[in-house]
Design a protein around this ligand. Structure first.
Ligand SMILES: NC(=O)c1ccc[n+]([C@@H]2O[C@H](COP(=O)([O-])OP(=O)(O)OC[C@H]3O[C@@H](n4cnc5c(N)ncnc54)[C@H](O)[C@@H]3O)[C@@H](O)[C@H]2O)c1
Length: 280
C-alpha cells in the first residue's frame, strides 16, 4: 500500500458525508487511519460519523467540520482543526463536488458556484494543505476527484466540464511540482470515477442502474490503483470498459491532431467515423 496509508495516520476528506467521500472514509478507517471529515451538510456529517463509529472506529479518531470548500477561510479552519486534533495530515482527498447543470450563457447563474466548489475547492484545498504536508517530512497522498467529463467534455454541462478539466490540469501540475522536490514524499493522484450511483447521479432513482458501480466498488478500485502507483485513476463501470475510455480519450485528442471540429464525436459529420474507430 501507499506509505501515506498506514494505521495511525490521518486522512482529510471533503464531500465526506455521502457517496464516494463517505465510501473512502470507511475504506481508510478500515485501514486504521484517523479521519477529519468535511462537508456542507451538518446532518450528513453527523450521520457519517455515527456510521463510522458503529462500524468500529473509535469516537476520538473521527472529527467533522462543516466546510464550504468554495471558501478558502473554511479550508484553512479545516486544516487548523486537522493539525490541532491529529498533529499531521497524510491523506488529503479533495472530493466535494456538485453537478446542478449548466448552460453556455449561464441563464441559471450557476457557473461561479460550480467552479468555486469543483475547481477552486480543489485548488485552494491543495494550496492550503500541501505545503504543510510537505513541511512535515512525512509521506503524503493527495487525491483530487476529477471526471471523465473533464477529459472528453461531452456537450450538455459546460460549467461542470470546465471545472473538472481544471481539476485535471491543476492536479497534473501539482504532481509535476511534487515529483521535482528533493526527497519528495508527497504525491498527487487524479481520481476519475466512472458512472457511480450516488446522490449526485441518482436523479430521483432509489435503485442503482445496472450500468453504475457502487461507491464502495469505485473506492476499492481507487486504492488498488494507488497501491499500483497509477497517477490517472481511470475507473471503469458496468457499461464502459477501460478500452472504451481509452478510445474516447484518444478521439477527443484527435480533434486537434486531425484538425476536426471540437466535440466531433457529437458532430453529425463524424458520427460514423467515431463509431467505426470505436469498433476497430
Ligand atoms: N457519481 C459519479 O458518477 C461521479 C462521476 C465522476 C465524478 N464524480 C465526482 O465525485 C465527487 C463526489 O461525488 P459523489 O458522486 O460522491 O456525490 P455525492 O453528492 O454523493 O457527494 C458529494 C458530497 O459533497 C458535498 N458538497 C457539495 N458541495 C460542497 C461544498 N461546497 N463544500 C463541501 N462539501 C460539499 C455534498 O454535501 C455531498 O455530501 C464529486 O466531485 C463528483 O463530481 C462523481
Amino acid at each position: 500500500m501507499h506509505p501515506a496509508i498506514q494505521p495511525g495516520h490521518t486522512a482529510v476528506i471533503t464531500g465526506a458525508a455521502s457517496g464516494l467521500g463517505l465510501a473512502a472514509a470507511h475504506h481508510l478507517a478500515r485501514a486504521g487511519l484517523r479521519l477529519c471529515l468535511a462537508d456542507v451538510s451538518e446532518s450528513g456529517l453527523a450521520a457519517a460519523r455515527d456510521g463510522l463509529i458503529a462500524s468500529g472506529i473509535a469516537a476520538a479518531d473521527v472529527v467533522t467540520r462543516v466546510t464550504d470548500v468554495a471558501d478558502p477561510a473554511h479550508l484553512t479552519a479545516l486544516a487548523d482543526l486537522a493539525y490541532a486534533q491529529f498533529g499531521a495530515v497524510h491523506v488529503l482527498m479533495n472530493n466535494a463536488g456538485i453537478q446542478p447543470g449548466s448552460s453556455i450563457f449561464d441563464a441559471e447563474g450557476r457557473w461561479d458556484r460550480i467552479l468555486g466548489v469543483n475547481l477552486f475547492g480543489v485548488v485552494h484545498g491543495s494550496q492550503i494543505f500541501v505545503p504543510r504536508m510537505i513541511a512535515s517530512g512525512q509521506p503524503g497522498l493527495i487525491i483530487n476527484t476529477g471526471s471523465k467529463q473533464g477529459i472528453t467534455t461531452p456537450p450538455g454541462d459546460p460549467a461542470y466540464n470546465l471545472s473538472k478539466a481544471g481539476v485535471k490540469v491543476f492536479t497534473e501540475s501539482l504532481q509535476h511540482h511534487l515529483r521535482g522536490l528533493p526527497d519528495a514524499k508527497v504525491e498527487a493522484k487524479l481520481f476519475i470515477p466512472g458512472f457511480v450511483f450516488t446522490a449526485l447521479t441518482a436523479h430521483g432513482r432509489s435503485e442503482r442502474p445496472a450500468g453504475a458501480w457502487t461507491p464502495e466498488e469505485t473506492v476499492d478500485f481507487l486504492f488498488q490503483s494507488v497501491a499500483r502507483g497509477d497517477f490517472y485513476i481511470l475507473c471503469p463501470d458496468n457499461e464502459v470498459t477501460r478500452r472504451i475510455d481509452e478510445k474516447r480519450i484518444l478521439w477527443a485528442a484527435g480533434d486537434i491532431a486531425e484538425n476536426r471540429p471540437p466535440l466531433s464525436r457529437w458532430h453529425g459529420d463524424y458520427g460514423d467515423a467515431f463509431a467505426t474507430w470505436l469498433k476497430d
